[in-house]
Unconditional design. Structure first.
Length: 93
């Protein structure tokens, strides 16, 4: 825990600004009627926000390849579950 973060303060502030911007965009998109694309847009923005947090604030980009591969595997499982859930809801009735 004594290790200093390799990411600079300016970079972290820029990422924080991007996260605030993505939050505002999420609010604006949620108020639009895009049909089925509302879900796609909001999940895409949430994925981008989660990626920024994982890469910069959790310093995942400086970790070993093992941790990156584990993250990719976890995201792949999440995507599979989401796709199966969407198909279940779409063809339920």
């Amino acid at each position: 825990m004594d290790k200093e973060s390799p990411t600079g303060t300016k970079t972290l502030l820029a990422v924080w600004g991007a996260l605030l911007t993505f939050t505002i965009v999420t609010i604006l998109v949620s108020r639009m009627d895009l049909g089925i694309f509302n879900i796609v847009a909001v999940l895409s923005i949430a994925t981008a926000k989660a990626s920024l947090v994982a890469l910069f604030f959790m310093d995942l980009r400086h970790e070993s390849r093992l941790f990156r591969n584990l993250l990719v595997a976890a995201i792949a499982v999440l995507v599979i579950f989401l796709v199966l859930t969407f198909f279940d809801v779409a063809y339920r009735y």
